[in-house]
Design a protein around this ligand. Structure first.
Ligand code: PLP
Ligand code: ZN
Length: 413
């Protein structure tokens, strides 16, 4: 991998060789970050080389990824999600432009597929046969799907609150599923112990530094889809903090390689009932654990696993922090559905809820251009979708009953 120099600890600066099995810093336990040779990258990839490429998956950006150019690609089609110019919604929110990146169209219906596809390639390099992770739900279902397609066995730990849709994905993909009666934090600790005991390949968020490199491809795609004209802001929902760090890594990679000449400001959006990272920034103090009190299960992370990278990303980008209530999240589900035809799960639309709130609070100006990433599909959690949008008219097959129902609901007469 000529593009990769090493893996550097973000805590103590210790550098290690970027082998497939690295996890945290051997010296201090800090989180590692893959370091690239941007000279090599800019000599080997330009806007024009990318334009000529027909591969629309995340692997179209292979020079920016920590894999051999010749590595076997996973079979599932990860990445290449659409970026919609949602002028209706931009007008409704009172901003100049709103682009919605719908990552719910990935094979297992969330942005996590970008990380899991990377995990599978690295596990293959490490000659592992079993991959394990703990997850609030989407990392689990995406690992299960991507691993199944590549022939790996998986052990997956989820908190018992994980929505049925996500658990059903795990079962269909043939994962060994352990549903833990406890918080995400409890689930994470048990998985770490099991991974140590049985030596499985570790796909845990933050622990494995390659996962973020997969996630950053969403930023690379956004930049290319915007024709390299970066929006002023990029909004993203935040749980462990790996996604927002990955997004920032993607943009800074492009900047360092000379493909973009402006960096966006990040909008970090968390749920009011669980916002340890945003609170740390807003109060300018060290982060502290919080309860996991929100319907947005994918970002109900009371003890974030990647706080340092996430806080650094938000600060470096001169970012904005917004916390939204569960009601605001449900409202954003309706709004995205009704104005853009995009169906997101609660954590999937939290970024958009944050854009709306940031405008209302005067945190972003009305001439701003914004990209909002929808990180997960709404079909994963239909109970909350119904909670957001309500039940349909339900009647026996009779025209009089239909007329009566229409009279009550203001329908046609
Ligand atoms: C995982 C996830 C997030 C947040 O990503 P983190 O890396 O945990 O911050 C947001 N939305 C959805 C749908 C997710 O699955
Ligand atoms: Zn270290």
């Amino acid at each position: 991998m000529k593009q990769v120099i090493s893996a550097v600890c973000i805590h103590c600066g210790h550098e290690v060789e970027a082998t497939p099995t690295i996890t945290t810093c051997p010296k201090c336990g800090g989180i590692l970050d893959i370091k690239y040779d941007y000279k090599w990258i800019s000599a080997h990839v330009t806007r024009e080389t990318l334009e000529r490429r027909s591969d629309r998956t995340m692997w179209r950006f292979r020079e920016f990824l920590p894999v051999e150019g010749t590595a076997r690609r996973p079979r599932l089609r990860v990445g290449g999600s659409p970026l919609y110019d949602c002028q209706n919604l931009a007008d409704r929110l009172g901003i100049r432009k709103l682009y919605v990146k719908d990552d719910g169209v990935n094979p297992t219906a969330s942005l996590k597929d970008r990380a899991s596809a990377m995990a599978v390639v690295k596990a293959e390099e490490a000659r592992a046969d079993t991959i394990a992770c703990s997850s609030t739900g989407n990392a689990a279902s995406s690992l299960a799907g991507n691993a199944a397609a590549a022939g790996f066995r998986t052990y997956i730990f989820v908190p018992s609150r994980a929505p049925k849709g996500k658990v059903s994905q795990l079962m269909i993909f043939g994962a060994n599923v352990i549903s833990v009666k406890g918080s995400y934090e409890d689930t994470f600790r048990l998985s770490a112990e099991a991974i140590d005991r049985w030596g499985w390949y570790n796909r845990n968020a933050a622990i494995n530094p390659y996962l973020m490199e997969g996630k950053k491809t969403v930023a690379l795609e956004i930049a290319e889809q915007l024709n390299w004209n970066m929006t002023d802001y990029v909004a993203i929902s935040v749980g462990d903090g790996c996604t927002i760090s990955g997004v920032w890594k993607g943009f800074t990679d492009l900047y360092a390689a000379g493909l973009i000449d402006k960096l966006p400001r990040l909008i970090s959006v968390q749920a009011e009932g669980c916002c340890p990272l945003n609170r740390a920034i807003q109060t300018d103090t060290a982060w502290e654990p919080m309860e996991e009190n929100t319907i947005a299960d994918s970002i109900a992370v009371g003890v974030p696993r990647n706080p340092d990278k996430a806080l650094r990303a938000i600060r470096e980008s001169n970012g904005i922090c917004v916390n939204v209530s569960d009601e605001e999240i449900l409202a954003a589900m309706r709004l995205l559905g009704r104005t853009c035809g995009v169906f997101g799960e609660p954590a999937g639309v939290t970024g958009t809820a944050g854009v709306k709130k940031a405008v209302e609070l005067g945190l972003i100006p009305s001439d701003a251009t914004v990209t909002s990433v929808v990180t997960g599909n709404g079909l994963k959690d239909t109970a909350n979708a119904i909670a957001a949008a309500g039940e349909p008219i339900a009647i026996a097959p009779d025209m009089d009953l239909l007329l009566e129902a229409f009279r009550k609901t203001g329908g046609p007469q």
